[in-house]
Design a protein. Structure first.
Length: 231
């Protein structure tokens, strides 16, 4: 009897990361547009959070550039126009990303005001949002066509997980779970065991409202949720 066909790559982790990134950029813009929400302590914290976010975005892009696009190109040479565009879009994002990092350092140090950070954030958001949508559409269509799920998980491990400490991984996963509305199909897709879902993942989806761990607590930014784009 022939082997059952392998399950195609499910790129849910990509969608979760992109959704969390969009969510926090929207939340940050909301606070920066309303400087009354920003005490000195919160604005310094926001600057640190943006730096952490940009560090994760660099990690994410470099993982894709080093491991994913070359692998997909090897499997589907006809996809070169899309895959070259993915890398080119990352390169174009690098400059506004560096500018936002610089302004965020200024916010932490107290030498940059919310308006300057907002300008840098908006300059990054426009090309970044276009790239995320392009990648979720055309890039992930190639991935799910040419990779099986085991190969996708190996890519995730090598590109995004290897080398992180347990503390870094927990912080990252808690950040990604924040604001996710776990409808049944999504829960099934994530294959979350019920005890883990009820005791950890679901409570984390409300973490934005908790003063202390959350920089958004007590502000309208808590209303902004993660919207998962199906891929
Ligand atoms: Fe991505
Ligand atoms: Fe990307």
């Amino acid at each position: 009897m022939p082997d059952a066909p392998a399950r195609p790559a499910d790129t849910l982790m990509m969608s979760l990361f992109h959704a969390a990134l969009r969510r926090d950029l929207e939340r940050a813009a909301l606070l920066l547009e309303n400087p009354g929400t920003l005490s000195l302590r919160r604005s310094r914290r926001l600057g640190r959070h943006l730096l952490w976010l940009m560090g994760n975005l660099r990690w994410h892009h470099e993982g894709e550039d080093h491991y994913l696009w070359p692998l997909l190109l090897e499997r589907e040479p006809g996809g070169s126009a899309v895959l070259d565009a993915m890398k080119a879009e990352h390169d174009a994002i690098d400059e506004p990303l560096s500018r936002l990092e610089s302004q965020s350092r200024g916010l932490v140090a107290g030498r940059t005001g919310p308006g300057e950070v907002l300008t840098a954030l908006n300059a990054l958001t426009e090309p970044l949002m276009k790239h995320l949508a392009h990648e979720e559409g055309e890039g992930m269509a190639i991935a799910s066509r040419v990779l099986d799920h085991r190969e996708w998980k190996e890519f995730e491990q090598r590109a995004w997980i290897d080398g992180s400490t347990a503390t870094q991984s927990i912080r990252f996963l808690a950040w990604m779970a924040d604001g996710v509305e776990w409808q049944k199909p999504l829960r099934r897709r994530a294959a979350l065991p019920a005890p883990l879902y009820w005791s950890v993942v679901k409570p984390l989806s409300f973490i934005a409202r908790v003063p202390g761990p959350s920089i958004w607590a007590g502000t309208p930014a808590t209303q902004i949720k993660s919207r998962i784009t199906p891929t």
